[in-house]
Design a protein around this ligand. Structure first.
Ligand SMILES: [Zn+2]
Length: 201
């Protein structure tokens, strides 16, 4: 479950259209899986991905951050704020572990597995491998950023990777971003699961 946090659903700082709609779907899915983990975008207030931390920059601008191109975002998912908390309706009883990301102010972390420079691991890959996980099914926010980069890394790490399209929503900062993300994942070998019904019938 990727970043199903208050700031990414309507009312939040970086709200994704229809982001909240995935919550009942994800809740329904959980009992059909042997192992459930969650990731949490968890930034310090001085994080370099926040436009507010760069004079005269606005959300959507692209800068260079510690050698990497970085899209600037509104301030979101600041550690220990309501915005960073999981959506209250999200069922957490079955969650074996939460993996936090984006904690280093100098680098962003879209993927659930590594930061954007692949400099540090979150520990999720080793956690899954230690439990002999073969297949990874991904749901959450957002299709065109954190879900996409998580799926691409999961493939790289050798997991059979599935993205449950109906249980994800995207930012679509530019028209077509979500469709392009789906296509990019497919090309990389990710199975796109259109409907939840095919998983739990
Ligand atoms: Zn973030």
């Amino acid at each position: 479950m990727v970043d199903i946090q208050n700031d990414f659903v309507p009312g939040g700082a970086l709200a994704v259209k229809e982001g909240g709609q995935i919550v009942p779907i994800v809740n329904r899915l959980q009992s059909h899986f042997d192992l459930v983990v969650a990731t949490q975008d968890w930034h310090p207030a001085n994080h370099g991905s926040f436009a507010a931390n760069h004079p005269s920059k606005k959300p959507g601008h692209v800068i260079e951050l510690d050698g990497l191109p970085q899209i600037l975002w509104p301030v979101h998912c600041v550690q220990n704020t309501v915005g960073a908390a999981f959506v209250p309706a999200l069922e957490m009883k079955q969650v074996a572990q939460v993996f936090q990301k984006g904690t280093d102010p100098r680098i962003d972390s879209y993927s659930s597995f590594f930061d954007n420079g692949h400099r540090k691991s979150t520990g999720l890959g080793d956690f899954l491998k230690a439990r002999r996980v073969k297949d990874v099914f991904i749901a959450g926010l957002t299709t065109d950023y954190c879900v996409k980069f998580s799926a691409l890394d999961a493939i790289q790490l050798g997991f059979k990777t599935h993205v449950i399209e109906e249980a994800c929503r995207g930012v679509n900062l530019h028209e077509g971003d979500v469709a392009n993300a789906i296509e990019e994942m497919r090309q990389a070998g990710v199975e796109i699961v259109k409907s939840v019904e095919t998983l739990i019938r």
